[in-house]
Design a protein around this ligand. Structure first.
Ligand code: ASP
Length: 354
């Protein structure tokens, strides 16, 4: 009896083991959702790659993650409207809230204004799990298309538990940069997304994802900005300082309804020509002005507080320092800040914290 049933039992156990182990291994793969918005990464002549075609361009992705797909838009980054930004942020918040088992999100974007969208999401997606923004400099039909490699690295970063709590990440060319700090530094080259001065947060090495530092400022789960409470983003314009500039562009922004203005000043906050008077004009009209630098890096210190007793009749100063934020990022933060408050001290606090 035993002689007959033992081999049968063993065969059953081995059979079950062989059937279940691959299932268990497959179930252990982290689940990552690809959400697409368009850009060069999916821009082939005649039409655009679908999310499924993007996934298919990455060899052996199914050994790395369980990928899901969703198309949000299929346009260039600069064609996305601010309303779409709000919808996208709400969507990412909903995806995380409804799917606690999701490891992370990979988001494709055109590269031209990617750093603006990424910073907006860094301030408004209020979850610890990673959102990894990715794109490509070369089109899919081009020799050396970088989209597949960038996507592969983005999925690795999104699936890695070490990426949690680091805010929105931008992955290109094997480097991981923070959405707060990254800039498109070259119009054409593959090595274009960089963090000047501070350097990358980490790299996607051959063996693993490696981080070297964290961003100190608040973001994502620690953010006070709630996109569900925002119907529209206020108008904030950017004006650059240059030798002998007239103040006309600043005045025009005020006269056309800007709620805030960011100055991309020279050096550590200098304006030129008629701009100083034009900024005073903005203040008289209640328009807040944030000073940033056009140099690409460096910090603009907040102005020294003027005690009310010493100058009781001075008009309310509506000038805020942009700290070390690039002008385009300062604009994103100012748009969000103005949805919460118009108190200059509170907005200065936000520039110190985010
Ligand atoms: N014009 C494109 C865009 O920003 C550029 C790119 O994707 O690289 O959508």
């Amino acid at each position: 009896m035993w002689r007959r049933t033992l081999p049968l039992g063993l065969a059953l156990i081995v059979g079950l083991f062989c059937a279940l182990v691959p299932l268990a291994v497959a179930a252990e793969l982290p689940r990552v959702r690809l959400i697409t918005t368009g850009g060069t990464i999916s821009n082939r002549p005649g039409d655009r790659l679908s999310p499924a075609e993007l996934i298919a361009s990455v060899p052996d992705l199914d050994e790395l993650v369980e990928a899901e797909t969703e198309e949000f838009a299929n346009v260039s980054s600069s064609s996305l409207t601010l309303e779409q930004w709000l919808h996208l942020s709400r969507r990412l918040n909903t995806v995380f809230a409804e799917d606690p088992g999701l490891a992370g999100i990979v988001l494709t974007s055109g590269t031209d204004t990617l750093e603006e969208l990424a910073y907006f999401l860094h301030l408004t997606v209020r979850h610890e799990r990673p959102v990894v923004v990715v794109g490509s400099m070369r089109r899919p039909e081009t020799l050396g298309y970088d989209g597949a490699a960038n996507l592969h690295q983005a999925f690795r970063v999104a699936a890695d538990p070490g990426s949690r709590g680091r805010g929105v990440l931008v992955v290109f060319n094997d480097e991981i940069n923070s959405a707060r700090e990254v800039t498109k530094t070259d119009a054409l080259r593959l090595q274009t997304f960089e963090t000047r001065r501070y350097g990358a947060l980490g790299v996607t090495a051959r063996d693993r994802v490696v981080y070297y530092r964290r961003v100190e400022r608040h973001h994502t789960a620690a953010s006070e900005f709630d996109v569900d409470q925002i119907q529209r983003l206020p108008r904030v314009d950017i004006v650059m300082a240059y030798q002998g500039a007239s103040g006309d562009l600043v005045r025009a922004a005020v006269d056309h309804g800007a709620d805030g203005i960011v100055i991309a000043a020279a050096g550590a906050g200098t304006t030129s020509g008629g701009q100083r008077d034009a900024i005073a004009y903005a203040h008289e009209h209640g328009v807040l002005v944030v000073i940033t630098t056009r140099t690409g890096s460096g910090r603009i210190a907040p102005p020294k507080p003027v005690p009310k007793e010493s100058a009781p009749d001075t008009p309310r100063r509506l000038r805020v320092s942009g700290e070390d934020l690039a002008p385009v990022k300062a604009r994103v933060l100012l748009m969000l800040a103005l949805t919460v408050t118009d108190e200059v001290d509170d907005i200065q606090r936000m520039f110190g914290e985010y």
